[in-house]
Ligand binder design. Sequence first.
Ligand SMILES: Cc1cc2nc3c(=O)[nH]c(=O)nc-3n(C[C@H](O)[C@H](O)[C@H](O)COP(=O)(O)OP(=O)(O)OC[C@H]3O[C@@H](n4cnc5c(N)ncnc54)[C@H](O)[C@@H]3O)c2cc1C
Length: 479
Amino acid sequence: MQSIPGDLLAIDRQGRAKTPSLDLELRPAADRICDFDEVLLPFSPEQAVFEAARCIHCPDPAPCVRACPAENDIPSAMWLIEQGRFLDAADLYRQTSSLPEICSRVCPHEALCQGSCVMGKHEEPVQTGMLERFVTDYQRYVGEIFISLPEPSGRRVAVVGAGPSGLACAEQLAQRGHSVTVFDAKPQPGGLLLYGIPNFKLEKDVVLSRMDDLYRMGVKFVGSTFIGRDKTIDDLMTEGFEAAYVAVGTWIDSPMNAEGEDLPGVWKGTEFLIRANVSPAFLPAELKEKPAIGRRVVVIGGGDTASDCLRTALRMGAEDVTCIYRRTENEMPGGTKDRKLAQEEGAHYQFLTQPLRFIAGLDGKLAAIECIRMELGEPDASGRRRPVEVEGSNFILEADTAILALGYWPDETIGQTTPELETHKYGLIVADKQTGQTTRPGVFAGGDAVTGPDLVVTAMAAGRRAAQAIHSYLRTKVN
Ligand SMILES: Cc1cc2nc3c(=O)[nH]c(=O)nc-3n(C[C@H](O)[C@H](O)[C@H](O)COP(=O)(O)OP(=O)(O)OC[C@H]3O[C@@H](n4cnc5c(N)ncnc54)[C@H](O)[C@@H]3O)c2cc1C
């Protein structure tokens, strides 16, 4: 594979640095709000070669590699793409990432690899995310994802939770010859990749194709099984699993604790997104019905979930879609890319605004939200300036639908039903950051269930690290 020139000094860095970036090609906003298809148009092979050739190949350690939680060897991938060696580049990404076709779509690149690209200081950064997407899609299109497995080890591992963390761990364990069964409470695997992130950011076929790869590796999936209720971690060990990786994410929507929060017309973000975006074929009976939304939709929150809810509501035909957030745009935790897209598609923002109560109309359904203006006070424990109410600034915002996108909490069931498994006060699992080892021997944990809500790429990277630790554990474990 390695034919990247050792003497990268031969590269005309100055010439490359002056090459302008290709414009990102997006479907026009007016078209894209009419469907749930992806909005970024893929590169052509010629565009990919051109864009990759802008990389100036910074000396090691390149800032883009340092900024990537998966530590993808981005400069080498750029070199391969520049030579037209798309399949080699895709294989290179697969050495460090279990989900490159997914991370290339959903990573906040502007805050990670692209955000650290030195080209960004004078010109646009190299569009590393789009290039990763191009080569991994190309590889799938030409059907070149080979799977080679070692001799079976005879060891069985249970993975609990089929989100990016669990799937990455399963992939890495299977590649080390272990027999892996993934259990999930939902009928289908994917976690938030399937039951959260909307199609217009991540086509579900991309997730399903990656699942097919895992099945080809021999990974087994058992759906609709809530560990801690239908069976426990102890039951799994009694069934013959020798280790478990717990990657159950954080699935409980944070409540607002405001009057009228349970009115018809007020939705929790996750349920709204699941009902609106996921094919009924993948949903249990109680979630199959699409949410009825009104003309005026208000989304409350400032993270990625809020952007996804705004953009989903626009696609469902809402005419007036507004995000209200209690701090300013600078403090918003969600990615700027998604926020810009939401604005382009017609979402409005009211910053420094806090809802106080939800008000019913004569029909008993949501009709309005009483809000109050805020100002920023002293920094709080998170370091962000605390929003403080401006006395007497109350006002009424008319709304037929409100969607609460306020963040997530972990479910405490696994912690409560697994002896010796220590959890933090709010249910996050205590685990070593590097290995995922928990306080219970043989039980490892990672992803959002350990860190709290984070990113697909960080959850995926934790799953890979834990697989290495589980492999070492199994090798030293006495039967
Ligand atoms: C709406 C939304 C949009 C997002 N957008 C982005 C984005 O654009 N980019 C990005 O990088 N990140 C995004 N994120 C964050 C990202 O999706 C998560 O950080 C990531 O999915 C965490 O992976 P995980 O494997 O730890 O958990 P999850 O993906 O949450 O998967 C956990 C799995 O465990 C299962 N489970 C839970 N409890 C049990 C149990 N007791 N027994 C069995 N199974 C159980 C769940 O059903 C689920 O399938 C978004 C999150 C949300 C909510």
